[in-house]
Design a protein around this ligand. Structure first.
Ligand SMILES: [Zn+2]
Length: 100
């Protein structure tokens, strides 16, 4: 079962959610090529902030995706993301890239 190998990762997520803070959380395991933390289960790859958000707050509403308030794509603190539309997410990314 692939779930077994993930037990330590889900424990890690649960421990952080149970003891939240305002920091940006770094994921010590695998990331996607664009730097997003990822976890594999049920034969699919999920971003860790989506998983953490859903554990803490429930499913992201249909038609929405999670945007980072902290603008750190690697951060998986569920309090640093919130559901926004794809258009809003793209607009924020433009703003951030223009700022640098
Ligand atoms: Zn963050």
């Amino acid at each position: 079962m692939p779930i077994t190998g993930n037990a330590i990762k889900f424990d890690y997520i649960a421990e952080h959610i149970a003891n939240p803070n305002d920091d940006c959380w770094r994921w010590p395991w695998r990331h996607t090529t664009d730097g997003r933390p990822r976890i594999d289960y049920a034969r699919t790859s999920f971003t860790v902030y989506s998983t953490a958000y859903e554990i803490k707050y429930g499913l992201v509403p249909e038609g929405y995706e999670l945007g980072h308030k902290c603008f750190n794509a690697w951060c998986w603190n569920p309090d640093h993301v919130r559901p926004i539309t794809h258009a809003e997410n793209m607009a924020e990314k433009v703003k951030v890239s223009n700022a640098h």
